[in-house]
Design a protein around this ligand. Sequence first.
Ligand SMILES: [Zn+2]
Length: 287
Amino acid sequence: MRREEETATEADRRAHAAAARALRAASEAARADYRVRRAAQRAAQRAVMLRGLEETLFGSRMPDPASLIVAAGWTRDSMNRFCLRCGTTLVPFEDRRGGCSACRGRALSYAALVRLGRYAPPLSQWVPAIKRRAWSRMADALGCELGAQVRDACTADLMELPQAVAFIPTHPLRRLLRGIDHSERLARSVALELGVPCVRALRARLALRQTGGGRGHRIERGGRFVATRAARGLRGKTVLLVDDVRTTGSTLAEAASLLRASGVCRVTAACAAATDPPGRHGERRAP
Ligand SMILES: [Zn+2]
């Protein structure tokens, strides 16, 4: 009898201990869940605060891009308006097999290039204002358009669908002074539109101002970027390289070569605006 009682007590004790353990585990899980939700909440609050601060400091006086685009009656270029190899404006009835007359026979380090339009008003006013006036909302709007342009090119089989998006980086010091990394902002919007990750694959070295030199000067200068650790994750992939303006193409070429040297299988490019080379109609130099 006594032994039976002892066994019953022992069983009770075990059941009690098991219940206590389950309760502890459940409360621990609830605490962890709360911590995760709280961290996400704080990150969202920080993002809202930073965005507000950014808009107050830099972009508060800039007009709303969507209404501006509508008011200007601007639309992105159709695919037969420009050369899909180098981004130059095509002249009517120009033969585009193997590229346009500006790039045919030239080796390019990127497989294809898509643009929104020629470097002319209104793009020549909007695109520089993204970096000069930290107009982040314009970067978002044009990035969205550029993403759609890339998707259209991929759908028409004119370009390979990218698996990731990279961008021409701004040096941290310059970014701090400007309040924006314009190409990154543009690229993040493109990546969002395409549903692929945006990777900081390159880092900028501090260089002298680009506007000082002429065309040849720009081509001669090298070593402006360094591949980051994140570039290793792009090995064997097709990467879309985003920049705001393509002038001579030397910046894109250098960055694309570096990406390929770090193992990227194929590099394609996308820019908001492209300058036409001298001799073509309506050319205008980027700032
Ligand atoms: Zn071309």
